[in-house]
Structure formats: structure tokens, C-alpha cells
Design a protein around this ligand. Structure first.
Ligand code: NCD
Length: 308
């Protein structure tokens, strides 16, 4: 049992230490090994409150909860809940707090999960708030790298894509600050660079990083290429989106210029930023990464609900 996770809100990856993540990874390893339906959360109810679209995150939380024996209740989209009738977010969370043992929240507004955590007595897990945090995705990403390379320290990383609006990319980079990467390249069109507050945080935390415009500048040097899609829905101005649309596409030819063990990660969904020819190549690690969402979320749910 790890007291560090017990009944705790999971809001940002920066609230964790690498030791915490090691505990989580050990639990995830155990769940992979056991590979059967368990009863350790029997009698518990997990509420999924997804006010923004999701496929993997929602389904993998649901599968993880069910594999642990918990029951699941869900709100999927504002249209389908009383929010469409004008009920406030706060009232919805209060209600879920009285119906369940843990609430997983996804929302388009930054700070929504933290706000929910202030209202709810039960633990709240942030499944993505606006462009800000997506801690459980970062946990999956780091675990995937550990599984692929045996370590997270000492590798050279490139994070390619929408670093301005992408919460998965930001959370992943924040996650790297807990480790000792050899070097981190942040690669994006100039309009999609990391925001100033993120840059300050990385500098304060001593991350060695460099910003680049093109992946070709660093492809030969890197071990891990983390790609993200352009977050169309977060652009305040559609004209700005049109300017950067399709501005980077990872191809097999590009990857073949890199190290033979180079691996490509992506939180998914991918749109057009990775050529289909990469999907069946030795470089693609994103489907494996998505699969690891289940054991990581099982580990997290069991640790937070004190059943670890
Ligand atoms: C990401 C998200 O929702 O932030 N998806 C996910 O959870 N795997 C990335 C994205 O939408 O681009």
C-alpha cells in the first residue's frame, strides 16, 4: 500500500516524484502479469465525467475500473447531461461526489479538475483540462519508455507538434523533468512553441532543452520521438489553424535517417502528422503505448482507492 497515492487528487504530473512513479510502474507491471479480472475494487463506484471528447482515456479508465471489479457510471458530453439544461459544473460534481468513490474528470477548461477536487470530498483524477494537464497520459508515456528502453534517464528526446495547446505534450515534457534525460528537443512551427509559463517551469526545474523548427535537424540524435497532433479545437482563430495545418508529417524515410532503435510515441488520436507507412514499422510504439493505458490506470485506481 502506498500512502503517497491514497485518496489523493491526481491533478498534475508535477505533483509526483520519480519514486511515486516507480511505485505506480511496479503496480502496473503486476497487473500485466496477473492479466485477469480482479475483485479488489468490488463495491466501489468510479464516476467518469467527460465533458470533452475522448476515446482511449475514457474507455481505458472504464476497462481498468471494471477489471478491478468496480462499477462505472458516466457522463459523456455536456449534451447528454443536465449541464445542457443549465446545471452548473459544480452541482454536477457535487452530485457525482455523493454517488461514487472516485471521479475522473475531463473538461475543455483549464483548472476544471482542480476546481472539481476542491468541491468533491472523494478523490478526483484529471483526465485532461484544456491545454494544461493530462497527468495520467504522462504516466503512460513514461511507463512506455521504461518498458521499451529499460530506463527513462540518459535518452535524447524530441517532442514534435503543438506544444502551445497540447496538454499531452506539455505533461510529457513536465514528466521528463522528474528524470535525467540527456537532452530534450522541443520541435514545432514557431507559432506552436511552448508557452512562457511552461518554459519558465522547465528552466526552474533544470531541464536541458532546445527549441527547433524542424525534426530533420535532430533526427539522427534522438532515441524517442514524441509526436502530437495540432489541437485544432483550442485555436482561438481558425485562420491561425489554417496557417499551421499539415506543417509537419513524420514519414518512414525520415525515421530511417535516425538510430535503428528510434521509437515514435503519440498520445493519439493522430490525424495526418504521421504517415500511415510508419504504423507497421519497427519505429511505431503508439499502439503499444495506448495498450499500456489499461495497466497504468488499474495501478492508479487501486492505489488511490487504497486497495494497492
Ligand atoms: C490527448 C488529449 O486528449 O489531450 N488524447 C489522449 O488523451 N490520449 C491528445 C489529443 O487529443 O491530441
Amino acid at each position: 500500500m502506498s500512502a503517497k497515492f491514497m485518496f489523493r487528487d491526481i491533478i498534475s504530473i508535477l505533483d509526483f516524484t520519480r519514486e511515486d512513479l516507480e511505485t505506480l510502474f511496479e503496480f502496473a507491471d503486476r497487473f500485466i502479469k496477473i492479466n485477469e479480472k480482479l475483485e479488489i475494487l468490488k463495491g466501489k463506484i468510479v464516476a467518469l465525467a467527460f465533458f470533452e471528447p475522448s476515446t482511449r482515456t475514457r474507455l481505458s479508465f472504464e476497462v481498468a475500473a471494471k477489471k478491478l471489479g468496480a462499477d462505472v457510471i458516466s457522463i459523456v458530453g455536456e449534451e447528454a447531461s443536465s449541464i445542457a439544461k443549465g446545471e452548473s459544473f459544480a452541482d454536477t460534481i457535487r452530485m457525482l461526489d455523493s454517488y461514487s468513490d472516485l471521479i475522473v474528470v475531463r473538461h475543455r477548461f483549464e483548472g476544471a479538475a482542480k476546481y472539481a477536487a476542491e468541491i468533491a470530498e472523494k478523490p478526483v483524477i484529471n483526465a485532461g483540462d484544456g491545454r494544461q494537464h493530462h497527468p495520467t497520459q504522462a504516466m503512460i508515456d513514461l511507463y512506455t519508455i521504461k518498458k521499451l528502453f529499460g530506463e527513462i534517464d540518459g535518452l535524447t528526446y524530441a517532442v514534435l507538434g503543438d506544444l502551445r495547446y497540447g496538454r499531452a505534450a506539455t505533461s510529457f515534457i513536465y514528466g521528463l523533468t522528474l528524470y535525467k534525460p540527456k537532452k530534450v528537443y522541443l520541435v514545432s512551427p514557431p507559432q506552436l512553441r511552448i508557452r512562457d509559463e511552461v518554459r519558465r517551469e522547465l528552466i526552474d526545474r533544470g531541464l536541458v532543452f532546445e527549441e527547433k523548427n524542424s525534426i530533420l535537424e535532430v533526427i539522427e540524435e534522438i532515441d524517442v520521438l514524441y509526436v502530437t497532433r495540432i489541437q485544432k479545437e483550442r485555436f482561438p482563430d481558425p485562420v491561425e489553424y489554417e496557417k499551421v495545418r499539415g506543417s509537419y508529417i513524420v514519414t518512414l524515410g525520415m525515421l530511417m535517417k535516425g538510430k535503428p532503435h528510434l521509437k515514435v510515441l503519440h498520445p493519439l488520436p493522430k490525424v495526418d502528422e504521421i504517415d500511415y507507412s510508419v504504423d507497421n514499422s519497427k519505429y511505431a510504439a503508439y499502439f503499444y503505448q495506448a495498450k499500456l493505458g489499461i495497466p497504468i490506470r488499474m495501478a492508479l485506481l487501486s492505489l488511490v482507492l487504497g486497495a494497492g
